[in-house]
Design a protein around this ligand. Structure first.
Ligand code: P6P
Length: 339
């Protein structure tokens, strides 16, 4: 290979985080250390996902290991890996996980830890056995000085997030990461280096794209504005394509790259919607807004302004290209529903 074809200016996630930190004079390095712990979580979860079928981790294997424990399901393993990484970082006060009803204290090593993390360690895990891409969705809050890390203190809107993003364990392992009011950067895991490499700097969504992504199996329960919106896409001059994987990170990643819109509306069956605010809707909303898209709830409010009523609270969500979400807003306005 001619030397001119070798990229010798490789930006790893580690280098990216170091450069980020130098941009903030007041930075203590705590956030950087937290991000390294997040990075390790993704690497270790990816490792187990890739080996799942080989070492019989699919589903509840039903097998027992040598000590007689039930073989852990992958999402339990993902959760345990994530908790261990957050605790050992010494930078996390408390963790909200989709897998645990209660908050998980992580400040054993450092009672003064200031960050709170919300995560779904393996979102879409029900698709795992089918080999469908799943991922980790995460959001990072910086708690007030002297915070106790109580449930009440975690009922925060997405506008309070200092960082958010998600990984997708697909054909390769992708990481999408954004900081408050910052760009969206995409990284791809280079397994030979064992490093995330910056492959998609400053991701910007197409302003529109004729692709819609929702579970039409729920249409019997949809409210009128949603029915009218989906029908308008089907009746368009150039009808939209339907793409639905049923794994949020996979549907979100495609929508982020190609444009279009993902929707999981609140409906008569799920009046508050299905997806969780703290570790699915809000982090995704921050990523999509920072990439030039929009994210709203079923009441047409900015998703990042919605305050959860409990740590596992749910919301309807429309997530996608600016103009595609605008269409949803226009139709709801005709039905008297607006922010
Ligand atoms: P449905 C996966 O279970 C999940 O939480 C998201 O990853 C995904 O977008 C959604 O639920 C799929 O839900 O009802 O279409 O199967």
């Amino acid at each position: 290979v001619g030397h001119e074809q070798v990229n010798t200016n490789i930006v790893t996630l580690t280098r990216f985080l170091t450069e980020e930190q130098t941009k903030h004079k007041e930075a203590t390095g705590d956030f950087t250390l937290l991000c390294h712990a997040l990075q390790f979580s993704f690497k270790s979860i990816a490792y187990y996902i890739r080996r799942a079928s080989l070492i019989n981790l699919g589903g509840l294997a039903g097998s027992v290991n040598e000590t007689g424990d039930d073989q852990k399901k992958l999402d339990v393993i993902g959760n345990d890996l994530f908790i261990a990484a957050m605790k050992s970082s010494g930078r996390v006060k408390v963790l909200v996980s989709e897998e645990e009803e209660e908050l998980i204290p992580c400040d054993q090593l450092n009672p003064n830890a200031r960050y709170a993390v919300a995560c779904d360690p393996i979102d879409g895990s029900s698709n795992l056995d089918a080999g469908v891409s799943v991922g980790t969705i995460f959001g990072v809050f910086k708690l007030a000085e002297g915070s106790k890390g109580t449930k009440q203190e975690l009922l925060l809107p997405g506008t309070e997030l200092v960082a958010a993003g998600f990984t997708m364990y697909g054909a390769s392992t992708q990481l999408v990461l954004t900081m408050k009011d910052g760009p969206v950067n995409g990284f791809t895991m280079d397994t030979s280096l064992g490093e995330f490499i910056l492959t998609h700097p400053d991701m910007k969504m197409p302003k529109k794209r004729s692709i819609y992504s929702c579970n039409e199996g729920n249409s019997k329960y949809w409210h009128e504005p949603v029915l009218e919106w989906v029908d308008s896409l089907k009746q368009a001059e150039k009808p939209y394509s339907a793409r639905y994987i049923g794994s949020m990170v996979a549907d979100a990643y495609r929508t982020l790259l190609y444009g279009g819109i993902f929707a999981y509306p609140a409906d008569k069956k799920s009046p508050k919607g299905k997806l969780r605010i703290l570790y699915e809707c809000a982090p995704m909303a921050m990523v999509f807004e920072n990439a030039g898209g929009q994210a709203i709830d079923s009441n047409m409010r900015r998703m990042v302004e919605v305050v959860p009523e409990s740590i596992h609270d749910r919301s309807g969500i429309f997530l996608g290209s600016y103009d595609e979400v605008q269409k949803v807003i226009e139709i709801h306005k005709k039905h008297g529903i607006s922010a």
